[in-house]
Design a protein around this ligand. Sequence first.
Ligand SMILES: [Zn+2]
Length: 259
Amino acid sequence: MRMSLGFGACLLVTAGTVCAADGDLVGGTRTVTGSEPIVWQYDGDHGPSHWGEIAPTTASCEKGTHQSPINIRTTPHHQSHDGLLVHYGAAPGHVVTSHHTIEVDFQSGESLEVFGRTYALKEFHFHEPSEHQLNGRTYPMEAHLVHRDETGHLVVLAVLMDLGNESASLSAVWDRIPSGKQGEVRDLLINPQDLLPKDLHHYAYDGSLTTPPCTEGVHWIVLKEPISITASHIERFVSLIGHNARPVQSLNEREIDEE
Ligand SMILES: [Zn+2]
């Protein structure tokens, strides 16, 4: 079951992207929820174990029971038939660097279909190391492709990334990463399908944003097959962003579906 995210005009709240009460999106560490600026990081006094104390709007980070990421055991799960389809083609994206991630934004109508509903691709971004685990294994990186429907429901397609050969599509993104710090935007023509493995078999569960305000009601689809990334791409990402993975959260009563 999916429920409304309940953050009104907010389009996206992902690593490095911030949702203000008035719907403004602001990149960077200082974020706004309601009227109070908030600061969050991946370590220290503003690290993940303190996210729930940052502001009333981030209480879910501590008190939520359907949080992400999680460790997924690969023992057999309930078989779902969610009809996952991606409708991606070559599209213009804007490459943005923030304090928290590298992100490629889209407004092109690329979309994903699941349970017969269509969700528009808003952006994809990266985490180092991976946020989700398979059988307790953390992967070198993870990509999140964030989709939203007209009513605000979010579906995130997560792609684990393992060390391997250079990928032309990732190279295209990395080549466009602004050399300076945050705020720069550079255009890129990319087919998001090129970031996906051939096999779209996946795990699925209902979770949350993995960054403050950790809002629940996000449907996660975690592909089983990883894609490849080179050590030099990972090094470049870490030199710009640092480590940006939230620790795994309790599964609690949730069930994981599999297809
Ligand atoms: Zn993410």
